[in-house]
Design a protein around this ligand. Sequence first.
Ligand SMILES: C[S@@+](CC[C@H](N)C(=O)[O-])C[C@H]1O[C@@H](n2cnc3c(N)ncnc32)[C@H](O)[C@@H]1O
Length: 679
Amino acid sequence: MTDTSRAAMLLEQLDHLNAQQLRRLLVEHLTKQKLGLYWEANAIERDAALNADLVLPRLVEEWSCAPSPLTPLPEGEGNKLPLRSGEGWGEGAFTHRNLIIEGDNYDSLRLLRATHAGKIRVIYIDPPYNTGNKDWVYNDHYVGANDRWRHSQWLEFLYRRLTLARDLLTPDGVILVSINDENRARLELLMDEVFPKMRLGSLVWRTKDTGNDLSQRFSHVHEHVLAYANAGFKFNGRATDRSKFRNPDKDTRGDWSPQPLTSNKTLIERKNTYYPIQDPDTGYWYPCDPDTVWRFSSEKEIRKRLNGDEVAIEAALKGLRSDTIEQLIEKKLIYFPPCKPSEVMQFASREELLAAIKAGKGPMLPKKKTPLLRADLPDLDFWVGKPIATGRPSRKEHWTAKPEEDRLAPLSSWIAGMNEEVAALSEYEDDEPLILRSARGGVATDEVKEALGSKSFPYPKPLSLIKGLLAQATHHHDIVLDFFAGSGTTGQAVLELNAEDASTGSAQVGQRRFILCSSTEANKKEPDKNLCRDVCAERMRRVIKGYGGKPGYTLEQGGEFAYLQLDKVEAADAHFEIDAAHAFQLLALKRLGVVCAASEGAVQRLGRVEDCELLVCNEVNAETIKTLAAWPQQHGVSRLAVYSTRHKTLSEQLAARGVEANCYSLMDALLSGQRGNAA
Ligand SMILES: C[S@@+](CC[C@H](N)C(=O)[O-])C[C@H]1O[C@@H](n2cnc3c(N)ncnc32)[C@H](O)[C@@H]1O
């Protein structure tokens, strides 16, 4: 649509409004202030993907990946479902837990909203970036740099998909989104709108070592990963190393680790906590670092500052939120490192001290080697004649002081390169945030080539990047969704993490599951193109089988997937067009989160939840009622949940035979979660 025809369309819309409606619109336009992002959703062509029809999954067995021969998973937490044929299952049927869904992700997300609402813990996406280099398609045409509505179309496209994705997250779920620097601000404002109050922050990933865009006079060598999470989410962080807790001074309270006594304030910012500390046992003194003054107040200093005014002193001491340094010393919570008499410094005069400072031989911070005493400090005379120790006092943090799960170093917002040297920020390792490491972007293209042979894929993400993010964001049994899956890097990262759990000796076997949604990218020029089947699923198949000397993945580690295509049915035609296989797949996904080839027959078994068998009854007649009535005894269960188009009749018939069964409307179950999709 051209700009002129868009303008004509808008004018035509306004033609239908009466004077009153036009006045109201104008007032609203002039007075309504909108803070944040605005895009012209009404002016652009409607996204052809936005539909109110129903989306139904169809299993494509020949493009799926199941182990051969079929081996059942061992029993374990989160793994209570039968994995192969049992009675009621199709012969040789296999229950898939990982999914690859082909099609426009708007449809895939609509399906998932009906089957996985509130069940996905981690979503990672790497959407097209809207670079202007025709890197994405809106309504069947590539959006280029000169498209006047480029940004609006991109925002509208993402808005529609993110609003669906939001409903999929668990109460402790997180969504991580890769984006380049150019589009970060726009996307972040959009995310603020879709995920209000959920912003955690952004991570910065360095994409290349050297810049190559000289014309811009600015070298773009980094990208961002935006993180938005529900209230219950926490990155895993780094667990505190228990071996760092020791007991060199035989403290009766047990092992402890040294924590910094300093704050992040300077002498200028907080002169009240700039004071010398003395070890009461040795009499040695420790100067305060003027760049990072002590974290704790000193009663002695307060008294000095308030000039003996007892009322003011008492009020000041009462107002303190933590112990004073004197109290900490008294409680033996300050550790003074041993210092040999030969290492103690002492200066007989101010001149001698100044000369030592000038020669760089005065008291220093042990690691950073920056001077602790300087010529311009207010208390220089104090130090004349005092024995000054070399080490730094620290605060003792006993292992028993807090629960182990609270002892985590937080994740750093900086993703370092694989070999990048990251200087320690402080002398105390436990204080350091956890830094993820990722390869540069170029490595990812080779990774895809290595798995797929000659086939190439534009702009994949490095495995190490996604793996690092998922290692920090997931727990052992989480479902990970990527609805811009491209070459499937996220799926491979999930399998690698599952396998690594076993090799790192983790008590739990990783059973993360993946859902990858990918478009075919078929277009007028290449109508038969199928990126989802030929790149995403093919990569996963080769990864699972093992390639280039890599061993592949066992069923236990998640080495399988179901390949799903989507059928769309107008709501009005649902009664005629939804067949038994559709119903079976949708219900299996909804109730059990799995996919399995539907068995033949009028009564189909979906699976078991505790002591209840889930069944679909496609025909209600004397035969099926007899089968259902005999089911509990035959299969050793106490209850049935049966989906049927004639659920009321079925319910009456089973009740009359004394069978405990909840019968549900098959149509209601299929339609629920699918309604209200219209844009
Ligand atoms: C930047 S790539 C993702 C690359 C991926 N992270 C990887 O490592 O391979 C973005 C992908 O989104 C896909 N895509 C774009 N629009 C889509 C849509 N509406 N539905 C599904 N996929 C779409 C494109 O085909 C492309 O493969």
